[in-house]
Ligand binder design. Structure first.
Ligand SMILES: *[C@@H]1O[C@H](CO)[C@@H](O)[C@H](O)[C@H]1NC(C)=O
Length: 163
């Protein structure tokens, strides 16, 4: 009787665990002047583009889902730096550099350990990680002005269950 109820209890808890969605938030870095934004890749981020001014700051960021690019955040300068994720690959970390005026560098790290590096390693460092081991980047928010991205934050959640 005891072992049966224990099994029922264990199964109930493992079922609850597999359905649980874990969110976490990496709070904004940067001075944050200008217009606020939030951007995502509905249904899952599959690609990322970043624009930089050579020897200066990050001017634009754009996320893509399986079929569409989301609206551009900031502005395009020169050629985009771009990463397309493989099947099952997710963004699992964002690091970079910031100052009171702009975000100077962003490094998008994937679950396969690949990197998209843009901008310059100057000013203060930041490191954004999800709290949950299975979580992935779902959304970016922050602010931008007429020149570039002035602040950046990251929103993480556990991966959607695959059908
Ligand atoms: C991708 O984004 C487009 C535009 O926002 C949307 O219509 C589409 O449903 C999204 N795809 C998925 C798989 O959610």
């Amino acid at each position: 009787m005891f072992s049966l109820s224990l099994i029922v209890l264990l199964c109930a808890s493992c079922l609850a665990k597999s359905l649980e969605v874990k969110y976490s938030f990496s709070k904004a870095v940067g001075g944050g002047s200008g217009t606020s934004f939030s951007t995502e890749g509905p249904g899952g981020i599959r690609a990322v583009r970043v624009w930089e001014i050579s020897s200066a700051y990050i001017t634009g960021i754009q996320l893509k889902n399986s079929s569409h690019w989301s609206p551009l955040v900031g502005k395009k300068v020169g050629t985009a730096l771009e990463i397309n994720l493989f099947d099952g690959e997710t963004i699992s970390q964002i690091s970079g550099k910031y100052h009171t005026n702009y975000i100077y560098q962003v490094i998008f790290v994937t679950s396969r350990g690949r990197l998209l590096v843009a901008g310059q390693p100057t000013q203060s460092s930041f490191n954004f990680y999800p709290h949950h081991p299975k979580a992935e980047l779902k959304m970016l928010s922050g602010r931008f002005n007429g020149h570039g991205i002035t602040s950046l934050a990251a929103h993480w959640a556990a991966a959607y269950s695959k059908k």
